[in-house]
Design a protein around this ligand. Structure first.
Ligand code: GDP
Length: 192
């Protein structure tokens, strides 16, 4: 099983469609409960998890509940989850992370990344919407620092993509299958 996690609106559905050709989009107006959706890609189950974090129009308690459900799903299924793809909005993420840190909180993306690593689930970070990112190298370096990923591993873990324009989607697919087939030396791999 492969899971896709990320805040709402980062482009998870668009990315899954670009990768698999399967459309997972559904009623996504704020306030509409988003359930996880499964599609099959080659011989794997791909699960699009509900978006976590702030959604305009959704009360904070509801957001917390969705987050708790995602955490519980991942904990309960950790044995079956071969890979997680954490999708972030390359344009918005640095700004959002900064804001959380200023409040003295752990940014939710960072928290999920650490959570997945603690469960020893191999995790790739798809840095999406790169068409809107001016200085990609700087963004990737910034994210790596915040996620606690050594400089030398940036290219193994952070994959810059533009789901909407199909950019680097093939590279992400390659990285995903290298990990699934045990060919990639991945720092969070269960086999290393
Ligand atoms: P989800 O809530 O994470 O599933 O996000 P969606 O896939 O529904 O995408 C949210 C919005 O971001 C939509 O308007 C998409 O068209 C847009 N989007 C997705 N990927 C990209 C991208 O690579 N570049 C840009 N500029 N917009 C994107």
């Amino acid at each position: 099983m492969i899971i896709f996690v990320g805040r709402s609106n980062v482009g998870k559905s668009t990315l899954i469609f670009a990768l698999t050709g399967k459309w997972v989009r559904r009623g996504k107006r704020p306030g509409v409960t988003r359930k996880s959706v499964e599609v099959t890609w080659r011989n794997k189950t791909v699960v699009d998890m509900p978006g976590f974090g702030f959604m305009s129009g959704v009360p904070k308690a509801k957001q917390e509940k969705i987050k708790d459900e995602i955490v519980r799903f991942i904990e309960d299924n950790a044995e079956d989850i071969e890979l997680a793809v954490l999708v972030v909005d390359g344009k918005a993420a640095p700004e959002i992370i900064e804001r959380w840190e200023k409040r003295g909180e752990i940014p939710i993306d960072v928290e999920f990344f650490e959570f997945l690593r603690d469960l020893e689930i191999p995790t790739l970070v798809a840095v999406n919407k790169t068409d809107k990112v001016k200085n990609l190298k700087r963004t990737l370096t910034y994210l790596a620092e915040k996620f606690g990923v050594p400089y030398s591993q940036i290219d193994e873990i952070f994959i810059p993509v533009s789901a909407k324009f199909g950019k680097n989607v093939d590279l992400l697919a390659k990285k995903i299958w290298e990990i699934l087939e045990g060919k990639a030396p991945h720092s969070t791999s269960k086999t290393t």
